[in-house]
Ligand binder design. Structure first.
Ligand code: I3S
Length: 128
């Protein structure tokens, strides 16, 4: 989008505010810590920046460095099962590096768009 370009100052496929938590890091279970993150999809990378202004603002994306980045190559996504979270519209993302994330928004069409974009990215970059 134009918004993604102007906000991130670099072209990106998709951006927006999502609720995110890691559940596994380097193959080890970690405690959930849901945070509202400014999320940018750029190439095969998914970048998360702490969202400022209470979660509705894309403002934080301009200034902040990504808090963490995951490489989608070789990863997989699916809709999270009920035992993973009580929240609605939760995507479970597993990376080849052994990080597992839950990605969520109350807005189901928004989450569906992300699901599609992430799926496309994973299949596009599958053989790199
Ligand atoms: O998988 P869990 O343990 O039920 O996840 C919930 C907890 O992380 C909870 O925090 P504390 O147990 O640290 O107080 C969070 O507040 C909840 O949001 C987590 O569950 P959901 O179902 O929202 O992912």
């Amino acid at each position: 989008d134009d918004v993604c370009l102007s906000v991130s100052l670099q072209p990106s496929e998709k951006c927006g505010v999502l609720n995110v938590t890691k559940i596994t890091e380097h193959g080890k279970k970690v405690r959930k810590n849901w945070t509202s993150s400014w999320t940018v999809l750029r190439g095969s990378l998914l970048l998360f920046t702490k969202s400022q202004g209470g979660g509705t603002s894309w403002f934080g994306g301009i200034q902040s460095k990504p808090e963490f980045t995951v490489d989608l190559r070789g990863g997989s996504i699916e809709w999270a099962s009920k035992d993973k979270s009580s929240k609605k519209h939760v995507i479970e993302l597993k990376t080849r590096q052994g990080t597992e994330l839950l990605i969520q928004s109350e807005n189901d069409s928004f989450v569906n768009d992300w699901y599609r974009a992430l799926t496309d990215t994973i299949s596009t970059h599958a053989w790199e």
